[in-house]
Design a protein. Structure first.
Length: 67
């Protein structure tokens, strides 16, 4: 796993950028080859597992910052 490669940073709605300290953001990038056939865009056999892994990561991240 690599961090900040090939991209760094996240997307934050402009109205919160640098204004609201409670706003946190994370960007999760998933390599297309894990969940689809790149030439056709059709879901691959790995789609469900990739979806579930991302859901787990997002849920764990949210739960780690909520009171």
């Amino acid at each position: 796993m690599e961090r900040d490669r090939p991209f760094a940073g996240t997307l934050v709605p402009h109205e919160f950028l640098g204004v609201e300290s409670a706003v946190q953001s994370v960007m999760i990038e998933v390599r297309r080859g894990l969940y689809c056939d790149e030439p056709t865009g059709e879901r691959s056999a790995g789609f469900a597992a990739t979806r579930d892994a991302v859901k787990w990561a997002v849920r764990a991240g949210v739960e780690s910052v909520l009171p």
